[in-house]
Design a protein around this ligand. Sequence first.
Ligand SMILES: Nc1ncnc2c1ncn2[C@@H]1O[C@H](COP(=O)(O)OP(=O)(O)OP(=O)(O)O)[C@@H](O)[C@H]1O
Ligand SMILES: [Mg+2]
Length: 321
Amino acid sequence: MQRPDLNPIAVSMRALSKRYATGHQALKHVDLEIRRGEIFALLGPNGAGKTTLISIVCGIVTPSGGGVTVDGMDIVRDWRATRSCIGLVPQELTTDAFETVWNTVRFSRGLFGKAPDPAHLETVLRDLSLWDKRDARLMTLSGGMKRRLMIAKALSHEPSILFLDEPTAGVDVELRREMWGLVRRLRERGVTIILTTHYIEEAEEMADRVGVIHEGELIVVEDKRTLMKKLGKRVLRIELAQPLPALPPALAGWPLDLTDGGRRLEYQMGASGDNGDSVGALLAGLATSGVAVRDVESHKTSLEEIFVGLVSRRAAPEAAR
Ligand SMILES: Nc1ncnc2c1ncn2[C@@H]1O[C@H](COP(=O)(O)OP(=O)(O)OP(=O)(O)O)[C@@H](O)[C@H]1O
Ligand SMILES: [Mg+2]
């Protein structure tokens, strides 16, 4: 449930730029608004600028240009207040090997000036299956446990906005599913979530909206479903029993490609004028033309294929230079 007194925009970035001391321009005029309560996935290849963007919002990196507000508050002027709204799970694991799990989350909460709340910390540790490990020193934890601890640490001060920078890198499939479940539960409680990932199925599974960043530029921001509908395609592949030398004249008006030496027909579904019954009509057309079908398979473009298409389209003029 959204509270009416809350700002509908959780994070607003305006003309955000970053040039590092090396001269490298890691972000170029990024404008982006994160809506309260959404899961926003930031996708981009290595070095695209994802961690830089997150680090600026969290006050770890100073922008060279532009500004950020969190809950309507400026991150520079209202540093303390904005930072305490945010939980950050950084890409790099940083832990004190000799500290215990319990002390780590307790200390982290204290850093944000929040009053001690053992019950909250217990809930967080239980949610992340770390309660049994509360007295364990961090050096005795497995890699996956350390990752979960980083999330527990980020949640210790009850942030309303959570940044997860590659939360499931190097995490096994089961733990990844568990973490997805946790992220969904957090969203149900009203937490706004911004995650970066290289696992595009993660964005496909989780995100409400997707942003694609490439060489410091935000090239697409779109509702995930719209993006997949707009750029995704559905193709029907029809394997023929006998190779065809050419399309039968009766099928001349159809958007069909004859491939694989005449052994396969590819039909782009969802083209304009397609009212949903075209597959049946096409198969009937093939039958009346005496074309025997061996197999039929439909294939939907994944977010991954859309992403690779977007980034390589951008990279192509670059390579030609
Ligand atoms: N402290 C720094 N000094 C100089 N250049 C930096 C610094 N931090 C990052 N960069 C450069 O800025 C660019 C963006 O880096 P960033 O870490 O934001 O990328 P990323 O999208 O998070 O990549 P990855 O997917 O590998 O985590 C890269 O070219 C990187 O080398
Ligand atoms: Mg990164």
